[in-house]
Design a protein around this ligand. Structure first.
Ligand code: ZN
Ligand code: ZN
Length: 549
C-alpha cells in the first residue's frame, strides 16, 4: 500500500514537506521550514509526525529554506537516511543552512536576553551551525535526467525546474503489486525567460501531480516592462541623490538583479553608480553560481565563454564585514543596496530599512514573494509604520512592487506547464500557495482541464496505491481514440467534448459501483436528500437528451 501525508507547504507557501510510505519504507519530498507568524513557526519545533528515525531518504527539490530548512532539525532528532539533491543544491544548502543555523542561534540569544530580564527560562535554538555541519554528510547528489533506483519498486528522476540554480522537479515511479503509478512533484517552478537559469522542463506523463501555486491567481508583468520600471526608479533616485533599497533572496533574485543592472549599465540605460551587495550569504551564493556554470542557460553561457562574467563588473561592491555594511550609510552618493533576507524578516536588510523607510526620497523595491505575516508583506500592504529593532519606523519612502523578477511561474506559466502533462485521469494536489490562491488555481484547473484537483489540508492522509484506491474503476477509454495525425485537425471544442465524455462515463460508473456496493445502503431510511439528488440528475439527463433531439 502506498500512502501520503501532507506535512507542510499546503494552504501556505512555507514548510514544504510530503511524506510518502510504501510498506515500511518512509521518505519525504522536501523538508522545509515554516515561516510567517508564531503559530505556523511552532510546527518547526515538533517534528514527531515526520518520525525522523524511520525515514529512509529526503528528496530535496531545491535549496530554499522553505524546502530544506528543517533537515538539520530532523538530523538532530535522529534522521540517518540520505538527502538526495543536485550538486548545485548541495552547494547552496551548505551556505544557506549554515546561515539559517546562525539566525536560529542569534534569535535565541536575543530572546534569552529578553526573557532572562523578566526571569524566564532560556530557550534553545531550533538548530545550530554545528547541527548543520552534522547534517551535510547525509547529502548525496544526483544529476539532472539520471534515473535512480531508491528501493525495490521506487525509482526517481530529477529534472530542471528553472526556479533557482540546481532546482529540480521530481518524478517518482512506484510499483506495488504489479501496478505502477507515476508521481510528479513540480517543486517551485520557474518562469520562462528568467536570466541565468534554464526554462522549466516539461513532464508529459504522470498519474498524480503536486503543483505549486505561489502565483496561482496572478499574472506577472513582462520581464522587459519590469526592467524598464526598475531603471526608471533608479533614474528617479539619482535625480534626488537618493538610494534604492532592494530586499532580495540571497539566491537567484540577487544574482538576477546583479545580472540585470550590469547589462543595463553596459548598454548605457543607467549611469555607472555603486551597487552594494550587502549580504554575506548572497556573496557566497554568487560564488557558488560561478562554480556551477553548467546549470546556466545558453545566453549566460555565451556571455561567459566570451570572457564576460555577468556577475562581476566594476560597479558591484560586495560588503562582507559588518563595518563595511555600516559604511554604506555614510556614502551620500545615490546608489543601490541589495540585501537579504528577501522577506525582511532577518539579516542586514533590516538595518537598511531602518535607515531608509522613513526618508521620503528613498525607494524600496520589492521583487520577491512576501509571505503572510512577514515585515515585507506589511510594507507591501501599505503599513504606516513597521517595528524594527524594537522601534516603530515610519514608512514614508516610495514602495514599489515589481512582479516580473519573480523566480516563480505566474498563473499563465503554471497552466501552460500543466498543459504538457497528457493524462485526462491525472489527479492534481495544489500546494505551495496561500489557501485562497491554491483554491482559485484548483478551480481553474478543474474548469479548464477537467482534472480532479485537491487542495490538501495540513496533516491530511491519503492512499495513493492500494486496496482503497483500487476501488476506483479502471480507466474508461473513449469509444475511439483519434489517431495521432487526425488529432491535429480536431478542433479544441471537440477535443474538450471527448474529454468530457470520458469523465461522464467514469463518474457514472463510479457512482453506480458505490451505490451497488452498499456504501449508500439505507439511503431511503437515512437520507432522502440523496434520493432526491439522484432523481434530479436523472431528470436533468432526460431533459438534456430531449433538447439534443
Ligand atoms: Zn523556492
Ligand atoms: Zn518554495
Amino acid at each position: 500500500m502506498m500512502r501520503v501525508e501532507f506535512l507542510g507547504g499546503v494552504r501556505t507557501v512555507t514548510g514544504s514537506a510530503t511524506l510518502l510510505e510504501k510498506g515500511s519504507l518512509r521518505w519525504l519530498v522536501d523538508c522545509g521550514m515554516f515561516q510567517g507568524g508564531k503559530e505556523l513557526e511552532q510546527r518547526n519545533r515538533n517534528v514527531e509526525p515526520y518520525r525522523p528515525r524511520d525515514l529512509s531518504f529526503i528528496l530535496l527539490t531545491h535549496a530554499h529554506i522553505d524546502h530544506s530548512g528543517l533537515i538539520p532539525k530532523l538530523v538532530k532528532e535522529g534522521f540517518q537516511g540520505k538527502v538526495i539533491c543536485t550538486k548545485a543544491t548541495l552547494d547552496l544548502c551548505e551556505v544557506m543552512l549554515k546561515d539559517s543555523g546562525h539566525i536560529q542561534e542569534m534569535e535565541t540569544e536575543w530572546q534569552n536576553r529578553k526573557s532572562k530580564r523578566s526571569g524566564g527560562n532560556g530557550a534553545t535554538p531550533l538548530y545550530t551551525i554545528q547541527d548543520v555541519e552534522k547534517s551535510l554528510p547525509y547529502f548525496q547528489t544526483v544529476g539532472y535526467d539520471e534515473m535512480l533506483s531508491l528501493a525495490d519498486g521506487v525509482k526517481v528522476r530529477f529534472q530542471d525546474a528553472g526556479h533557482i540554480l540546481g532546482s529540480a522537479l521530481i518524478e517518482l515511479w512506484i510499483e506495488e503489486g504489479g501496478r505502477e503509478k507515476k508521481l510528479v512533484f513540480s517543486g517551485d517552478l520557474g518562469s520562462s525567460g528568467q536570466p541565468i537559469v534554464r526554462d522549466p522542463s516539461w513532464v508529459k506523463e504522470g498519474d498524480v501531480l503536486w503543483l505549486e501555486s505561489t502565483y496561482g491567481n496572478r499574472l506577472h508583468k513582462s520581464r522587459e516592462e519590469t526592467v524598464q520600471e526598475l531603471l526608471r526608479i533608479v533614474q528617479e533616485a539619482i535625480k534626488h541623490q537618493a538610494k534604492v533599497v532592494i530586499p532580495a533572496f540571497a539566491v537567484e533574485r540577487t544574482q538576477d538583479i546583479i545580472y540585470t543592472l550590469g547589462q543595463s549599465i553596459k548598454k548605457g540605460s543607467i549611469p555607472s553608480i555603486p551597487i552594494y551587495i550587502d549580504s554575506p550569504l548572497a556573496i557566497s551564493a554568487t560564488e557558488i553560481f560561478k562554480r556551477n556554470s553548467d546549470c546556466f542557460d545558453q545566453e549566460t553561457k555565451a556571455l561567459l565563454s566570451g570572457g564576460k562574467n555577468p556577475l562581476a563588473f566594476p560597479e558591484i561592491i560586495y560588503t562582507q564585514k559588518t563595518e563595511e555594511s555600516k559604511a554604506i550609510n555614510e556614502d551620500t552618493r545615490p546608489g543601490i543596496i541589495v540585501s537579504a533576507s528577501g522577506m525582511c524578516e532577518a539579516g542586514r536588510i533590516q538595518h537598511h530599512l531602518k535607515h531608509h523607510l522613513w526618508r521620503e526620497d528613498s525607494h524600496i523595491v520589492i521583487i520577491g514573494y512576501q509571505a503572510e505575516g512577514t515585515i515585507g508583506r506589511r510594507i507591501v500592504d501599505g503599513a504606516k509604520t513597521v517595528r524594527l529593532f524594537g522601534e516603530e519606523i515610519a514608512v514614508k519612502a516610495h514602495i514599489h512592487t515589481l512582479g516580473g523578477f519573480s523566480a516563480h511561474a505566474d498563473q499563465k506559466g503554471l497552466l501552460e506547464w500543466l498543459s504538457h502533462l497528457n493524462n485526462p485521469e491525472l489527479e492534481v494536489f495544489v500546494n505551495h500557495g496561500e489557501e485562497k490562491i491554491s483554491m482559485e488555481l484548483s478551480e481553474l484547473i478543474r474548469q479548464r482541464f477537467h482534472l480532479k484537483t485537491i487542495v490538501p489540508q495540513w496533516r491530511e492522509k491519503r492512499v495513493l496505491l492500494g486496496p482503497e484506491e483500487a476501488e476506483a474503476p479502471q480507466r474508461v477509454m473513449p469509444e475511439k481514440e483519434p489517431l495521432e495525425e487526425e488529432r491535429e485537425k480536431i478542433s479544441p471544442s471537440v477535443e474538450r467534448l471527448s474529454v468530457l465524455f470520458r469523465h461522464l462515463d467514469r463518474n457514472y460508473k463510479r457512482l453506480r459501483r458505490k451505490l451497488k456496493k452498499g456504501k449508500a445502503r439505507g439511503i431511503e431510511s437515512h437520507d432522502s436528500r440523496w434520493v432526491k439528488q439522484l432523481e434530479e440528475i436523472n431528470e436533468r439527463l432526460e431533459k438534456l437528451e430531449s433538447e439534443l433531439e
